[in-house]
Design a protein around this ligand. Structure first.
Ligand SMILES: Nc1nc2c(ncn2[C@@H]2O[C@H](COP(=O)(O)OP(=O)(O)O)[C@@H](O)[C@H]2O)c(=O)[nH]1
Ligand SMILES: [Mg+2]
Length: 275
């Protein structure tokens, strides 16, 4: 006997995705419409798009009532967009997020959702045995990914093989408990999320997933790697007694993020205010 489906909210961070998002949204709306027996919502979280992503999403929303969107004009980053989107957690039992490019097909996402059972959060992994990769990332991206993984493992000991896969799902109570600890606006947001979940005592299950690298990545490898490194160290420091002593360095830090054209981390008072 299968446990009945819980109500589901899927957030889709999107930045200049007019060329990639339409097939993905159609596939998700159609697939979940046919295969998911409870309420589900797809909410695209856009910010600072310079193309017509919003127009595409609005057109599809007329066709599929399950599609909605949030649009923030400021360049708040993928993490910033998800921090905003996760404020909708009260609307569903399960909340997940997935990339707008269709790298994770709806069937693979549903597979994560259906594994949640006794754990609190399920994350897709491209690096566990059993993962099916139809089209791999470039060699440089994979190399950067493993260097990043080594740094993350050395700093946090979470024993997660793939922290960066864009497909994750968690229970509402997890989001409610940890939301105030989410401060990282760039691509290292996932580390911030996973580490907060672990520290709060919740259980994360990493499962091999099916994944296809899609052309048109928004990641500029050099700048993005530096930003993610900086943010990862920052997350480590947040949980150290040194953190308060480093406050005078804040303006310097802001300058570095600006030079990297990366979205600034939020301060904890700021997340409270934006709630
Ligand atoms: N809202 C928002 N989404 C972003 C931003 N940067 C990237 N994304 C989204 O994050 C997801 C992953 O980005 P992608 O370029 O596919 O990364 P890659 O697959 O790791 O190369 C996509 O859905 C992007 O549209 C951003 O600044 N804001
Ligand atoms: Mg991608």
């Amino acid at each position: 006997m299968r446990v009945p489906d819980s109500s589901l909210l899927i957030l889709i961070p999107a930045y200049n995705e007019e060329a990639r998002i339409e097939p993905m949204l159609r596939a998700y709306a159609d697939f979940f419409g046919r295969n998911y027996s409870n309420k589900f919502q797809l909410v695209v979280v856009l910010n600072g798009c310079r193309d017509n992503t919003l127009g595409v999403v609005q057109r599809l929303a007329k066709e599929f009532p399950s599609i909605g969107w949030l649009d923030f004009p400021a360049p708040i980053g993928k993490g910033g967009a998800l921090i905003e989107g996760l404020k909708l957690a009260g609307n569903a039992d399960l909340i997940g997020y997935v990339d707008a490019d269709g790298a994770t097909e709806p069937k693979a996402f549903l597979d994560l959702v259906r594994k949640i059972g006794a754990v609190d959060c399920v994350i897709g992994s491209r690096w566990l045995p059993g993962a099916i990769i139809h089209q791999a990332q470039t060699g440089n991206r994979r190399f950067a990914s493993r260097v990043f993984h080594t740094i993350v493992q050395g700093l946090f000991w979470m024993n997660i093989r793939d922290t960066q896969c864009g497909a994750k799902v968690m229970k509402r109570e997890v989001v409610e408990k940890i939301h105030a600890a989410l401060l990282i606006a760039d691509m290292a947001f996932d580390i911030n999320l996973l580490y907060s979940i672990k520290r709060a005592g919740f259980k994360i299950l990493e499962v091999p997933t099916e994944w296809t690298d899609i052309d048109g990545s928004k990641v500029a490898l050099g700048r993005s790697s530096l930003t993610m490194f900086l943010s990862t160290v920052r997350i480590r420091l947040i949980y150290s007694p040194l953190y308060k002593l480093l406050r005078p360095l804040r303006p310097l830090e802001a300058l570095v993020y600006r030079k990297l054209r990366a979205p600034l981390p939020l301060s904890s008072t700021e997340t409270q205010k934006r709630k």
